[in-house]
Design a binder for this molecule. Structure first.
Ligand code: GTP
Length: 598
């Protein structure tokens, strides 16, 4: 009865098609947020999200909607990220919903991540409500885009909502369609509690805050709950919904989306994907969780100050609660000391994790260049998994090395097919096929080593196609490649954290390139520093960083004190992100130098 008036849905789209803006309009229309509190992209509440204009985390809010049928409905809207790196967040939020709004840009049309995300929703049997957004743009062509949605995705678009999230057009029609098309949640109030944990965050005062979707039963303060996979039990302190700020409730029941706190301090006991049930009267089976995500790239994270290792561990544990795709384990480096090898879904994910650690946990970190995982068969008959280039065995012990390949689908207007193929070819890609999506757009499909696309492939793709290409990729399998490990020596000492893996045919040119970059990045010291690149014992590139002669400030005539102060200040700030290795100070950029290939 109450459930009849609940609608749980999320919004899926390709990046920048206007998901967050549409969510803003929906919040406004439903008076969830008072006009004076309204700001753009309200649901993107991390500073990082606002600065970059992207959604990183899923966000759930409750809204009230008075529909034309005269009833009041309770909507739970879950906003999700659009970037490939965060599709894990998308699949989790979809599992908590009965419907999905599919937003497609009226000028851009269907793009790679439109497809990837809508297929996730279709796989979850969600009811899909198509919206063609940005119809206010002069270049909008809603009829063409509707036809695309029909032809490519196979959805009926006869009553697709034509909207402009920017101008507030079509929002009411969308809300009505949500009422009519998205099924109400089902679930038994009298059964034992069954709630899916789809997100969680650590709060210093309340402990872990679980975001849950209830499938059966009811939960209220004072209840004894059990997390079915971990087996741990707690007493509920508070339940509520985000609207968009937390609002306490007397209870949550089957169909609801909300939060639970229970003074959970031991963060290792909570996992996204776990099922919450009653401790005294447990459900017999846990809900299906989520598939574990396989990290695609690994890099080392080290505190610039070695004494902060414990803080970094604690920060990673807390962040993992809120970012289930993050993986980490301790590692040590001769050059950098104690840190963690972390696994990420992609480079943007890695970047976001580093920034969140620094901002939310007040840490200063050095990140080493990302690397993929290699499978190494040794001459001794061993099968080794290498996540860190410095652990690659010596050439003499290697029988073969396999690296991950992805199947990359680039969707692009046909004018740019040549440019895309050239780029893929240059990145060791193997052409598979090309298929027309519609009259003028083509899907170009390549098999490419993951290591070639994790760095700057996407940027290069965008510039080669004037921004028109969109990319989707999935890891396929491991293939044998002729790869070598290149070590970097500074002042005659090997710096393990600078080692990298390259295809043999690029080894010499990349080494020269990197040695040259390091020469520019590493500050001069009062002695000459040789910079060398080596494969095994063989030096394949070298240069020298000359010794400096005088104090940096010496050349500034004494009078200008503020300028002198500024310079010293700048030097100090620069120092923060430095790591002393032997006698040489290495700045953060040095560890990333291997990334920029040109
Ligand atoms: P992610 O959260 O990063 O996945 O992006 P998103 O899909 O949420 O897109 P967002 O809402 O941030 O909008 C992207 C850009 O499109 C912003 O600059 C918006 O102002 C703009 N935009 C959104 N809706 C409309 C619209 O209806 N018309 C026009 N002209 N621009 C729009």
């Amino acid at each position: 009865e109450h459930q009849k008036y609940i609608r749980n849905f999320s919004i899926v789209a390709h990046i920048d098609h206007g998901k967050s803006t549409l969510a803003d309009r929906i919040l406004e229309m439903t008076d969830t947020v008072a006009k004076r509190d309204m700001k753009n992209q309200l649901l993107d509440n991390m500073d990082l999200e606002r600065e970059r204009g992207i959604t990183i985390k899923l966000n759930a809010v409750e809204l009230k909607y008075h529909a034309k049928d005269g009833h009041d409905y309770e909507f739970h809207l879950i906003d999700t990220p659009g970037h490939v790196d965060f599709s894990y967040e998308v699949s989790r939020s979809l599992a908590a919903c009965e419907g999905a709004i599919l937003v497609v840009d009226a000028a851009q049309g269907v793009e790679a991540q439109t497809l990837a995300n809508v297929y996730l929703a279709i796989d979850d049997d969600l009811e899909i409500v198509p919206v063609v957004n940005k119809i206010d743009l002069p270049s909008a062509d809603p009829d063409r885009v509707k036809k695309e949605i029909e032809d490519i995705i196979g959805l009926d678009t006869s009553d697709a909502v034509l909207a402009s999230a920017k101008k507030g057009i079509g929002i009411e029609e969308l809300l009505e369609q949500i009422v009519q098309k998205v099924p109400a949640p089902q679930g038994d109030l009298d059964s034992p509690l069954k709630a899916l944990v789809f997100d969680s965050v650590y709060d210093d005062y309340r402990g872990v805050v679980l975001s849950v979707r209830l499938y059966d039963g009811l939960v209220k303060p004072g209840d004894k709950i059990r997390l079915m996979n971990s087996g741990s039990e707690y007493e509920v302190n508070e339940v509520g919904v985000n609207s968009p700020h937390p609002v306490q409730r007397d209870y949550l029941m089957a169909g609801d989306v909300g939060y639970i706190t229970a003074s959970i301090k031991d963060i290792t006991q909570t996992r996204v994907g776990d099922t919450v049930t009653n401790a005294d009267n447990p459900a017999d089976k846990a809900l299906p969780g989520y598939r574990e995500m396989e990290p695609m790239v690994y890099s080392g994270l080290y505190p610039t100050d070695n004494a902060k290792f414990g803080d970094l561990r604690e920060a990673l544990e807390k962040l993992k609660l809120n970012d289930a795709a993050l993986e980490f384990e301790p590692e040590s480096s001769q050059a950098l000391g104690f840190g963690f090898r972390c696994g990420f879904l992609g480079l943007l994910h890695m970047d976001v994790v580093q920034e969140r650690l620094e901002r939310e946990f007040n840490l200063n970190l050095i990140t080493t260049a990302p690397s993929v995982t290699y499978h190494v068969n040794t001459t001794g008959g061993e099968n080794k998994l290498v996540e860190n280039p410095s652990e690659m065995p010596d050439a003499s012990e290697i029988k073969q090395v396999l690296e991950p390949y992805v199947k990359a689908t680039v969707m692009v207007p046909n004018d740019y097919v040549g440019a895309v193929m050239e780029l893929c070819q240059h990145r060791r890609g193997q052409f598979e096929t090309m298929e027309y999506v519609d009259d003028y757009r083509v899907n170009v499909i390549y098999h490419i080593p993951l290591s070639e696309i994790i760095f700057d492939f996407f940027d290069n793709l965008k510039s080669a196609t004037r921004g028109y290409a969109s990319l989707d990729y999935e890891v396929e399998d491991y293939k044998q490649s002729d790869l070598v490990k290149i070590d970097i020596l500074l002042n005659g000492e090997k710096v393990d954290a600078l080692s990298f893996i390259s295809h043999r045919s690029f080894a010499a040119s990349r080494s020269r390139d990197i040695v040259g970059k390091l020469k520019n990045i590493i500050p001069r010291q009062n002695f000459e520093i040789p910079v060398q690149a080596a494969v095994g014992a063989k030096i394949i590139a070298r240069t020298n960083i000359k010794a400096y002669r005088k104090d940096v400030t010496a050349k500034l005539y004494g009078g200008d004190r503020t300028r002198r102060m500024k310079l010293l200040e700048k030097q100090k700030a620069g120092k923060k992100r430095m790591k002393a290795v032997g006698k040489v100070d290495i700045p953060q950029e040095a560890f990333m130098a291997v990334l920029q290939t040109d």
